[in-house]
Ligand binder design. Structure first.
Ligand SMILES: [Zn+2]
Length: 251
């Protein structure tokens, strides 16, 4: 569990990019832009997902410019030129997920390439996309998936009502991360209990038993990342019966 930096705690001068996790499957960074700041127009060798944590961002995807409010999302496929700017008068903070991650010495930027028409860049506003009740009191809204052209990272926003939660203790074959956006999320990771207040990142490497729920009295919201999303027909969750330091019994 890693606490994320509030915009107020970043230096006031210039953009700042802070790595929060670096895995083979993803590089997760928090990009802070003070009022009026902007990045250059650039492209990456891997796909990139942008999610606005704080403030109102402007993103240019190819020729198209969009305003992304808090909880706004953009998918930037490998090679696709893009630029993020902050036209507002307060700092903004954007979570950037580069998937797969970068190997040692691998450059972050690449020459822009001709876009693959099957995997176009897109934005998704907080009001867009279907919200489905995956479990009682646990709602998800997909932002990126294989169906939407994102092969290395799927993402959804989950809303958990007080007293509700995800499935019981389980594992995945893929790495998973949660960005806690609002309220607090209770997470049990390999038998350890955490109460994670926003903004924070929860890292769940493949094979680590976990479960999550909202034990508080306020609504909870997090961004979930699947690195990568299982292929169609593959199992998402494997239920496990996990007891720390349990005696081995049976013949
Ligand atoms: Zn970028």
């Amino acid at each position: 569990v890693r606490q994320l930096t509030a915009s107020a705690d970043f230096p006031e001068s210039g953009p700042a990019l802070q790595t929060v996790a670096s895995w083979e499957t993803a590089w997760i960074a928090q990009n802070h832009l003070p009022a009026g700041a902007e990045t250059t127009t650039h492209a990456h060798p891997n796909d990139q997902l942008h999610f606005v944590l704080e403030g109102d961002a402007r993103i240019m995807l190819g020729e198209a410019e969009s305003m992304l409010p808090e909880d706004g999302f953009a998918f930037v496929p490998a090679g696709s030129p893009h630029r993020v700017s902050n036209p507002s008068d307060r700092a903004i903070s954007v979570v950037e997920v580069t998937a797969p991650g970068l190997g040692p010495g691998e450059p972050v930027d690449t020459e822009p390439q001709r876009p693959d028409p099957a995997r176009a860049a897109y934005v998704r506003l907080p009001s867009e996309g279907d919200r489905t009740e995956a479990m009682p009191g646990f709602f998800i809204r997909w932002l990126a998936s294989r169906d939407l052209g994102s092969m290395s990272c799927a993402a959804y926003v989950a809303d958990t009502d007080p007293g509700s939660g995800g499935p019981g203790t389980h594992i995945h074959r893929f790495d998973q991360a949660y960005v806690v956006l609002a309220g607090a999320l209770n997470v049990e990771i390999a038998g350890e209990l955490h109460e994670v207040g926003a903004p924070a990142l929860v890292l769940l490497p493949a094979g680590v038993p976990h479960r999550q729920w909202n034990g508080g009295h306020r609504a909870e919201r997090h961004l979930a990342l699947l690195l990568p999303q299982p292929e169609p027909g593959q199992t998402l969750d494997y239920s496990v019966d996990f007891t720390l330091n349990a005696a081995i019994t049976g013949a």
